[in-house]
Ligand binder design. Structure first.
Ligand SMILES: [Zn+2]
Length: 415
């Protein structure tokens, strides 16, 4: 199985927007941009909304069938590890092996020594084609990198082998992810991580490092876009070189997580992948659920009431809801409107406050981030929430398609 040059992760918390999401991919195709859709959903999301991996498979298959999509598509078991991968084996054909929690745990002395032996030829000046300055690698820095990352890649290899034994090596795509950590990985670290990926036999097609800057949920990138551009470009060149040096898969590419809504760096990434003729995988998730809320707001009546109730509960339970996401949100509570004020808003006002159009006078990134993490509340409404989505499917679906196509795909892939 081969992941094409451009692929787009379209997570969908509640599993009802598959068709509207695929419509965006189809619009892209009509505009000459070929993208493989990937429906990603993590174990954590399944638990919170009480869904199963087989539901995601069904959603994807249904969307593909009803819109007669004949291109590739995949179902991604997102951020899995050995403890929860089994329930994804049957329904997924893309696995994101999350080894962030193993970073920093040292491998055995023996493993470290053999890894260092294999890479000792890079000690000294490491020149990577396309990068002006060579990197200086000392024995100590190589050892430090080995201690930090080798064990994590060995774990990724265990998960990979576990899946391969059950599915067969040809029947799935493997991604290695290390993004859910505080410290970004440097391009040099990425180079040696890829050396380990090769040494431990993982035929990864995507790799998701942690980049510099903050990738907050559902809002724009916070950081220095120039620094990001430099690092991103070096990562592209490192991957190119690593493919040749370590015999990795030719189509290995970067995967950018928390890729929703990073509008200020989309053109940066887009220009660089085109400059170097590289592919990319962008993973979004929560952005579709916010479009559902926007659609409900615009639908008025009981749908608008429910959107307001979700905000009220989110506001009251902000601490609880934000806790699991503390490293990826920045909410200034003083900028959150009081729910009793929001109760007087019409649907347009709520939609405009929530919709990610940064220069709209009503746009409020604090409200947006709070609602981003409030999907648990919608899940608690259960059938009531789903019924209103179905009842207002047209308005909701339009928001979903427009968001993915106009605000994401065009910004990133438009030539
Ligand atoms: Zn991630």
């Amino acid at each position: 199985m081969n992941l094409s040059k451009y692929s787009f992760g379209i997570g969908d918390r509640f599993g009802l927007q598959g068709k509207s999401q695929l419509k965006a991919i189809i619009k892209a195709k009509q505009a000459g941009i070929d993208i493989a859709p990937v429906w990603n959903k993590s174990f954590r999301e399944h638990i919170i909304v009480n869904s199963n991996p087989s539901d995601t498979r069904e959603e994807a298959d249904d969307a593909v069938k009803s819109l007669e999509w004949n291109g590739d598509y995949f179902v991604d078991a997102d951020h899995i590890n050995l403890s929860n991968v089994d329930q994804f084996i049957e329904s997924s054909d893309f696995f994101t092996l999350d080894v962030a929690e193993y970073i920093g745990k040292p491998a055995s002395q023996e493993d470290i020594s053999s890894f260092m032996d294999k890479n000792k030829k890079y000690v000294g000046n490491l020149s990577i084609p396309g990068i002006e300055q060579p990197f200086h690698i000392s024995n100590d820095s190589l050892q430090e990198i080995s201690i930090k990352y080798l064990f994590a890649i060995m774990e990724a290899s265990k998960i990979y082998n576990h899946i391969a034994e059950r599915k067969g090596t040809q029947n799935f795509i493997a991604e290695v992810s290390m993004d859910e950590v505080d410290q970004p990985q440097t391009p040099v670290e990425l180079f040696f991580i890829l050396s380990a990926v090769s040494m431990y036999g993982i035929p990864a097609q995507t790799i998701a490092p942690k980049f510099t800057g903050r990738f907050n949920k559902g809002v724009d990138y916070v950081g220095d876009p120039d620094q990001f551009a430099k690092e991103f470009e070096e990562d592209l060149l490192v991957i190119d070189f690593a493919i040749k040096e370590f015999g990795l898969r030719e189509n290995l590419k970067l995967s950018v997580h928390s890729g929703s809504d990073k509008f200020s760096i989309y053109p940066v990434m887009g220009n660089l992948i085109r400059k170097h003729n590289k592919g990319i995988h962008i993973k979004t998730a929560g952005t579709t659920w916010l479009e559902e809320l926007i659609g409900l707001s615009l639908s008025g009546n009981e749908a608008l009431q429910l959107a307001k109730s979700i905000y009220r509960k989110g506001f009251e339970r902000a601490n609880e809801l934000c806790a699991p996401y503390s490293t990826v949100i920045d909410i200034d509570q003083t900028k959150l409107p009081d729910p009793s004020e929001v109760d007087f808003w019409d649907g347009e006002k709520l939609a405009n406050s929530l919709r990610h159009v940064p220069d709209h006078p009503d746009y409020n990134p604090h409200l947006r981030q709070l609602l981003h993490v409030s999907y648990k509340i919608a899940a608690e409404y259960g059938q009531e929430y789903l019924d209103l989505l179905n009842k207002n499917a047209e308005t909701v679906g339009e928001q979903v398609t427009e968001n993915i196509y106009n605000r994401h795909i065009l910004r990133l892939f438009k030539l």
